[in-house]
Design a protein around this ligand. Sequence first.
Ligand code: AMP
Ligand code: MG
Length: 316
Amino acid sequence: MILNGTLDLSADPGGIAQAADLLRQGLLVAFATETVYGLGGDARNGEAVAGIYEAKGRPSFNPLIAHVASVEAAQRYVKWSDRAEQLAAAFWPGPLTLVLPLSEGHGISPLVTAGLDTLAVRVPAHGTARTLLAEFDGPVAAPSANPSGQISPTTADHVRAGLGGRIAAILNDGPCGVGLESTIVGLAGEPALLRPGGVALEQIESVLKTRLHIHQSGDLLTAPGQLQSHYAPDAPVRLNANSKQGDEVLLGFGPVECDLNLSADGNLTEAAANLFSALHTLNKTGRPIAVSQIPDHGLGAAINDRLRRAAAPRDS
Ligand code: AMP
Ligand code: MG
């Protein structure tokens, strides 16, 4: 059934197969998890991930959680460790997200990690979500399925009210969740609690037999401002450039002569999908980076937010 241009799929084998197929096509599907409805897109497909930001109207790029069907699936994308094994054995499937170093050849879009070299992964416990992930057989980036700044959705009707007409389908599985977010544990360095959530700190500490470092709210990885240093290229960045000056390389947008173009067609979704890899590539040249003007509407707002951070004066 199509309502508002957004398919209403029921959570039976036919509906789940169709949802997996839409994900394979790079389209967006909202689905129930044990926390809230998530807005899913193929985490390997930059344009799909850009579409998530676009549909939500998010004004900035924050790293997203990749949802997978199993430990084996997670191991394709991150470097596994003894601690990851212990926590996964105890709490997966369930509301625990692990942040681990990306593996070689992971294939994850840098828009999912917002340019970081770590990935947040989780195996959700919700039956339909797991079946969908197993059927899709790939990583699904899925923040909550609501417009940015609005309340997280716990029914398909909430999702439709917020995002109807902007996403391909809603896999309708009735009301979900207690609304408690997943606990996020960082395992890329010393084990750290990055966000409290559905699994208690004490339970995690008792499995790992160690205390976790606790990040306060407004911490390193949840506050976008703090992510600045991760995103910032080494070289100075100059915005709204019409052409190159001196030794600069030019990151273009639209029909301009440049060293690398975010989107020659002036397509903001394509530009968002290319943003982090483009900054990374140009950073490797060791030269200062000039960037074309980018319209400030739609995804352009999030792109410009990121570029302004990259161009901001650095703390020495
Ligand atoms: P959610 O809002 O439930 O989709 O969860 C996203 C949260 O995961 C955000 O607070 C992110 O900052 C956090 N997150 C995602 N990826 C990473 C990462 N690689 N390192 C640290 N935190 C992450
Ligand atoms: Mg949310």
